[in-house]
Design a protein. Sequence first.
Length: 327
Amino acid sequence: MSKKVVFIEAAPYCASSEDGLDKLREAGLEVIDRRGQGVDSPGVMDDLRKADVLLNGNDLKVTADLLQELPNLKMIGKYGVGLDMVDIPAATERKILVCNSPGCNSQAVADQTMGMVLGLLRKMPKGDASMRAGEYNHIAFCGLEIWKKTLGLIGVGAIGRAVAMRASGFRMRILGYDPYWPGEVADMLNIERVQDWREMLPEVDILSLHCNLTADNAKMLGTEEFKAMKKTAVVVNAARGELIDEQALYEALKSGEIGGAAIDAWTNEPPTGSPLLTLDNVLAMPHSAAFTVESFYNMDMRVTDQIIDFSKGIQPQPTVNGIAIKG
């Protein structure tokens, strides 16, 4: 029996440890290592056509047209939790099993979410830049506290709950919206449920997005939503850039409709020429919230184990599109 072929596209995979790659090879799998290379790179499509398994990240968009070109593909292992880079219905139609890695980076994203809030409200990046420029004007960096403020979470999955755990240490009031409400866990974390996320807009001091991108929630935050918020409120996006109408956000920030924004995820990445990068009340990060040594290792080993299980005829967990391995 020929070896199953694993094509690796996800650039962060095994970036800090080769343990996952070693484990794949020890399991008898043939590995084609094309980390960080696009489909236009020489020979990439030829290699992709050989693959039984694709391990992809956030750079390769797996469309129905691409899947048509991959007759041998039987499994997609998505590095990370977000699935908007994979056409799930098209994969399902072709009986291609799709897995992702929920929970592996939740602590990392929650850490950076709270860090961005603190950095934005306490003006830390500007203070650091001022000090490095030889200035010492401490009065210029008077900020806002988050102690006992109101936090709104859109998405109360693993990441949203991890943010809530950290917010509880600041004695924050926490409001939450999630269509798949995790009742028992939310109660334990004292998250107050709202039936419609728009209900929380007038109340929150900080609104943080932790939901998947779908066709229904693209540009969910726009002009009308910003008008409904406090003028001192800040928006945090460490999920997907397309959740926010970035032009409307720019206008709201420039006019003082809301107080600030901390952005890790952008509609276009990199956000070259984005007017948001010209504003003093924006803290910008390069979609790096999930990037820690620990989270990378967690994701490395989760997707590695899923692929090995698949190669042995064991149903990988979680399988997100209901394709079962036939015994």
